[in-house]
Design a protein around this ligand. Structure first.
Ligand code: NDP
Length: 244
């Protein structure tokens, strides 16, 4: 039976690239989405047309009962969970003094609490089978902090902390937990940032280019592979040299 990978936020951007890469490597991929059913189903059809295994499933990672439904569905239908990629994320761009309590909660509940809910459910199956890979998508801003993105930076620092602490706790069960902390990657997430700001970010990047979703997907595929069997609790940052 094919290995099963669940990718949160798999409908678009980095998540969609991760789904394509892991499906290409033989995984049955569960394409989780929150609202964008059309994009998730389009990706499911695209992968199936190539003879690959994929299924789109609606789950809001910030909703505990929605997460529980996703995992019980996958376990009942496919019987295993080998890889969890906590990719679903949202960002905001505002002055710290303007951040509302609701905006703070929205970012934390999606980016950090979502990774907690998803990992906790995945570990039920992984611990009893003494194998599994959890790969969290953080951000370079979680390492060095970004002005006007304090809530986002805090949530991603939290994801890095979750990765390190959980790696220690579940290592004895044969499970690795790692983190990919990308730099600036060309996706919908950049649409609220002005062209000038994106140009400036590019100029600040030693390699002089923005990253692609595939750059991140390749890191995820490596951490999921047998080649990364001795790597856990680590942060791999594809960022073009922006944070060294
Ligand atoms: P996009 O905005 O392109 O896509 C976000 C994805 O997350 C969508 O699939 C969306 O689903 C999903 N999503 C959002 N909220 C939820 C939720 N509550 N439950 C389930 N799914 C949800 O983002 P990117 O591809 O750019 O980002 C992916 C990850 O990479 C994020 O964690 C982001 O923080 C991180 N990252 C991105 C960088 C960048 O420069 N782009 C840089 C560093 C990190 P739907 O389609 O249904 O809305």
């Amino acid at each position: 039976m094919a290995k099963v990978a669940i990718v949160s936020g798999g409908s678009r951007g980095i998540g969609a690239a991760v789904c394509r890469t892991l499906a290409g490597e033989g995984y049955t991929v569960i394409i989780d989405y929150r609202v964008n059913k059309a994009a998730a189903e389009k990706l499911e059809y695209e992968l199936r047309a190539l003879g690959l295994n994929a299924e789109a499933y609606c789950c809001d990672v910030s909703d505990e009962s929605s997460v529980k439904r996703l995992f019980s569905y996958v376990l009942k239908k496919y019987g295993r969970i080998d890889v969890l990629v906590n990719n679903a994320g949202v960002s905001n761009y505002e002055l710290f003094t303007d951040i509302s309590s609701d905006s703070w909660d929205y970012i934390m509940n999606t980016n950090l609490k979502g990774a907690f809910f998803m990992s906790r459910e995945a570990l039920g199956d992984m611990i009893s089978n003494k194998r599994g890979r959890i790969i969290n998508i953080a951000s370079m801003w979680g390492i060095c902090g970004a002005s006007c993105e304090v809530a986002y930076s805090v949530s991603k620092s939290g994801v890095i902390g979750l990765t390190k602490a959980l790696a220690k706790e579940v290592g004895p069960s044969g499970i690795t937990v790692n983190c990919v902390a990308p730099g600036v990657i060309q996706t919908d997430m950049l649409k609220d940032i002005s062209e000038e700001a994106v140009e400036m970010l590019k100029e600040e990047t030693p390699l002089g280019i923005l990253g692609t979703p595939e750059d991140v997907a390749d890191c995820v595929a490596f951490l999921a592979s047998d080649k990364a069997g001795y790597i856990t609790g680590q942060v791999l940052s594809p960022n073009g040299g922006m944070v060294i």
